[in-house]
Design a protein around this ligand. Structure first.
Ligand SMILES: [Zn+2]
Length: 251
């Protein structure tokens, strides 16, 4: 018999899932110093070779790996919409904008705090950073103990080698290998003025910022472990007895 709340198909890479558990089970989990992890992604173009849900896939995967390592954490359903205005003009991009995602996180945090004393937001989409920091700052001001974690890596910015490697490690069947092609490989800092003015469309006709060719599942798997290590360290540093209410990093 499998444990309630665990998906056996995920092997040992995942822990408890809130949506697979009952209310009494969650009440007991929360009462035993439980922590709720809420993954946040986006639905936006990721070039000709990666699926629109790539950011949500990464957020969910890292959250599940965390929950496999820390049994007091449970993973909430992923928020698959975010602020993706910079990817307008590419079919399939579904953006709710900065104000909407901020309000979603704020209200979700307030609601979640009625069950869980501690909440972790795991956001794998850069466009959500500003509204997520705003929402978490507000929640903390309201005395709710919330941690925000966002992955950072040295690789290229969008739908390039890094995200392609991550998706190859997670769902290789969702990567169209014969469609992989370089996009704009200019460093993101140099592109920013143009990006701000005209979005990704203005700098990269295929929607890629970087070069996905040569990405491997192995490097994606290694990065997933590195990201999970970082998230786990931040969460453990924030949990008692180390971090009383509101003392952890806001981002
Ligand atoms: Zn992405």
């Amino acid at each position: 018999m499998s444990q309630p709340g665990r998906d056996p198909a995920q092997g040992d890479m995942n822990g408890l899932e809130l949506a697979a558990m009952t209310s009494p089970q969650i009440r007991a989990h929360a009462a035993a110093d439980g922590v709720l992890v809420i993954p946040i992604g986006s639905t936006e173009q990721h070039g000709p070779h990666l699926p629109l849900g790539t950011d949500a896939d990464v957020a969910l995967a890292v959250s599940r790996r965390l929950a496999a390592r820390i049994p007091t954490t449970v993973v909430a359903p992923v928020i698959s919409y975010g602020s993706s205005g910079e990817h307008a003009g590419f079919a399939g991009t579904l953006s709710i904008g900065q104000d909407a995602i901020e309000l979603v996180l704020l209200e979700l945090g307030r609601s979640a705090a009625a069950t869980y004393r501690r909440i972790v937001f795991v956001s794998a989409h850069g466009g959500n950073a500003v509204p997520a920091v705003r929402a978490v700052t507000r929640l903390r001001r309201e005395s709710r103990d919330v941690l925000l974690w966002m992955p950072s890596w040295d690789g290229d910015a969008h739908a390039g080698r890094t995200e392609t490697a991550l998706q190859l490690a997670l769902h290789p069947e969702r990567v169209l290998r014969d469609r992989m092609e370089p996009g704009n490989t200019t460093p993101i800092k140099e592109l920013l003025p143009q990006l701000r003015a005209g979005g990704v469309r203005a700098v990269s006709p295929n929607g890629v910022l970087g070069d996905p060719t040569g990405a491997t599942a192995d490097e994606g798997a290694t990065l997933l472990t590195t990201l999970t290590d970082d998230l786990e360290a931040k969460v453990r540093a924030w949990l008692p007895p180390h971090g009383p209410l509101g003392t952890g990093p806001a981002a």
